[in-house]
Design a protein around this ligand. Structure first.
Ligand SMILES: Cc1cc2nc3c(=O)[nH]c(=O)nc-3n(C[C@H](O)[C@H](O)[C@H](O)COP(=O)(O)OP(=O)(O)OC[C@H]3O[C@@H](n4cnc5c(N)ncnc54)[C@H](O)[C@@H]3O)c2cc1C
Length: 286
């Protein structure tokens, strides 16, 4: 196995594109190294992107935040402006693993690992985040929800690497939240996860909303019907009931030892309701 640590993404993309065997990007390694050490993968090439210029930075601009692909969960949690603008995204990223894992794990890695239960992904999808991709054919930008296409599978082509995740600039009176259900108090995989992002007008009426669910389908699911149920309302009981019903209807989960289908469908609605109320509070609503 070859280990490379290039200093540009262009070089990294070329290395990955040229490799005839199994090649992987290494960000934090909290998924990749576990799979390697347990024998699930036997890479011919591992390309560490932590030495790439800009990969460890969070840039704030008028158009929002650009989060480099090697920024760790802990670094996201220490960024005051990001936390203020996108508390739901940061709380989702900070739920990943333990203190040790937080020092390494990245949201790009969480996205590219393509687990349906990835914690940061529903929050990123609700936020309308975009992934900037660098590859042998240049750069392209896609909505985050277009990256995972099934458990463990992404839409990235050979040689493509996520350079950064971009969060839009925050409109006034906006808030987001992420909640997950796990059987233990920490260090567990979401049985259901839900991210909600809302913008209110001066009277507290929802003008924009995005709702996304994790762990209830093969990929994280954006639920436009749930957003529609909130828009134009002050999130009264009827609106929240309609949103919860839309979330439950959008689920096509599996049965496993951590939760039955019925349980996941029910919990999706419950979590969405709770996350929506937190998002509204953060947006300055009642
Ligand atoms: C003890 C433990 C607890 C965990 N708890 C949670 C949890 O609570 N919630 C949760 O969601 N996850 C959890 N995880 C899984 C893991 O920590 C996360 O998925 C993490 O965000 C992965 O990020 P990483 O940077 O370490 O990815 P890596 O392991 O470096 O990479 C993961 C995959 O993505 C690819 N990749 C990484 N970066 C890029 C890029 N920029 N472009 C293209 N491909 C890329 C890699 O090739 C690899 O296939 C846990 C893991 C451990 C070991």
């Amino acid at each position: 196995m070859r280990y490379e640590r290039p200093t540009t993404l262009k070089a990294a993309a070329q290395m990955l594109a040229k490799e005839k065997g199994q090649a992987f990007v290494l960000a934090g390694g909290t998924d990749l190294l576990v799979r390697l050490r347990t024998g699930f993968i036997e890479p011919d090439l591992v390309v560490d992107i932590k030495g790439v210029a800009g990969a460890k930075t969070i840039q704030k601009s008028a158009s929002g935040f650009k989060i480099g692909a090697a920024v760790s969960g802990a670094e996201l949690g220490e960024h005051a402006a990001l936390k203020k603008a996108w508390p739901g995204v940061v709380e989702a990223a900070n739920l990943i693993g333990s203190k040790q894992v937080q020092g390494r794990c990245t949201i790009s890695g969480n996205l590219c690992n393509a687990s349906p239960a990835a914690d940061s992904v529903p929050a990123l999808v609700a936020a309308g985040a975009k992934a900037v991709i660098v590859g042998p054919k240049g750069k392209r930008t896609v909505a985050v929800e277009e990256i995972p296409v099934g458990p463990g599978k992404t839409s990235l082509k050979k040689g493509e690497i996520i350079e950064s995740i971009v969060l839009p600039a925050r409109k006034p009176k906006s808030g987001d939240a992420y909640l997950r259900f796990i059987p233990r108090t920490e260090m567990d995989i979401a049985v259901v996860g839900c991210g909600v992002n809302v913008t209110l007008d001066g009277k507290g009426v929802v003008t924009k909303a995005r709702v996304a669910l994790g762990a209830v389908a093969p990929t994280v699911r954006l639920v436009p019907a749930a957003a529609k149920a909130l828009i134009g309302t002050k999130m009264d009981k009827a609106a929240l009931d309609a949103m919860a019903a839309a979330c439950s209807a959008a689920c096509s989960p599996i049965d496993d030892k951590r939760g039955t289908r019925e349980f996941r469908i029910k919990v999706a609605g419950v979590l969405a309701r709770r996350a929506a109320l937190i998002a509204r509070k953060r947006a300055g609503g009642r």
